[in-house]
Design a protein around this ligand. Structure first.
Ligand code: FMN
Ligand code: ADP
Length: 297
């Protein structure tokens, strides 16, 4: 029998950890197995204005499993036609005894199932329901939406605080126009949207740490996210590209994980390449000073 919690858990932030830990505790106390049913994408993806995921589903699954859960990934298209009564019966059929959820938990077709439904019909069917209050940070509800908003503003430190770890993206390095080398700043283009719709943070320059497959060294880098307004390109596709400091090597085809540490500046349109090069050199100086202050002591 299971102690179950359901959600998208995008980011596995402080609020998620609070619900997940509570579920683990309940499972332990009641001799149940902890189960997390995880949606690949939030409902927002199918409505208007979805900026993208904070973390891909496989990373969220890994983190939840690491806490001690069995994780089942579901996709919205597989469940949104099921009405809330049938879905509740399904949860009971698979062995759910306890459900742990937040105040705004909704499920079933048209989001008709909610906490009050669980507390009435669910309880009648023998379920035990634990409803948790929202976790707040400076008066704000800790949520994936809040973190996405922070990422869109370039507030990396605040996002990392809410996530309780450094925000990380990953992907394979692909070849592009080879302009980077001619500028004196080769950049590894990392395809962060290879498999899932990951959020692009505010366009600009970030201090990052790179973990490259097959390399034992962790590399500091300057990561530019954006559409390179200095250059004319027929179609503008946002890119995440990193110039690694004190490094030279072929990175094409390599898998790279990037940890975002800080935001340095907004992306700008320069009149010519010389101006851009000057600015990137300044970015490098700023980054090196920041790294020194971070790695001191
Ligand atoms: C640290 C850094 C800062 C950058 N800032 C800007 C910028 O403000 N504006 C811009 O148009 N491009 C900026 N770029 C992107 C460069 O234009 C880009 O790396 C170059 O065009 C190489 O592109 P490629 O990978 O297609 O060869 C920046 C790149 C780096 C590494
Ligand atoms: N310090 C470095 N940081 C990032 N990439 C580097 C570095 N040194 C060499 N490279 C190589 O250079 C490539 C990027 O060169 P660049 O001229 O920007 O071409 P592209 O347009 O294909 O990205 C990287 O993918 C990597 O293989």
């Amino acid at each position: 029998m299971y102690a179950l919690t359901i959600g998208t858990f995008d980011g596995i932030h402080r609020g998620h950890k609070y619900i997940l830990k509570k579920t683990l505790q309940i499972a332990k106390e009641n001799n149940l197995k902890p189960l997390a049913i995880m949606l690949k994408y939030p409902i927002g993806k199918y409505l208007n204005g979805f900026d993208g995921l904070i973390l891909p589903s496989w990373e969220r699954k890994r983190l939840i499993e690491e806490m001690g859960f069995e994780v089942k990934i579901i996709e919205m298209k597989d469940v949104w036609h099921i009405n809330h009564e049938d879905y509740l019966n399904h949860l009971i059929d698979i062995g759910t005894k306890y459900i742990v959820c937040g105040e705004d938990f909704k499920f079933g077709k048209g989001a008709m199932g909610d906490v009050s439904y669980l507390l009435t019909s669910g309880v009648k069917k023998g379920l035990i329901v634990e409803v948790l209050h929202d976790l707040k940070e400076m008066g704000n509800r800790v949520s994936s939406t809040l973190i996405r908003k922070n990422l869109k503003k370039g507030n990396i430190k605040e996002s990392n605080k809410l996530l309780e770890k450094n925000w990380t993206v990953e992907g394979t390095v692909y070849e592009d126009r080879h302009v980077g080398f001619s500028l004196g700043f080769p950049t590894a283009n990392i395809n962060i949207r290879e498999k899932e719709d990951i959020i692009f943070p505010k366009y600009g320059v970030y201090l990052t740490k790179g973990y490259i497959d097959g390399y034992s060294r962790i590399l500091w880098g300057l990561t530019s996210v954006g559409i390179r307004p200095t250059y004319f390109e027929e179609i503008k596709i946002p890119k995440t590209e990193t110039y690694f400091l004190d490094f030279f090597g072929d990175l094409y085809g390599k898998h790279i994980k990037l940890e975002f540490i800080d935001f340095l500046r907004t992306e700008e349109k320069f009149n010519d390449q010389i101006e851009l090069i000057r600015k990137i050199s300044k970015d490098e100086d700023n980054a090196r000073a920041l790294i020194e202050s971070l790695t001191k002591n």
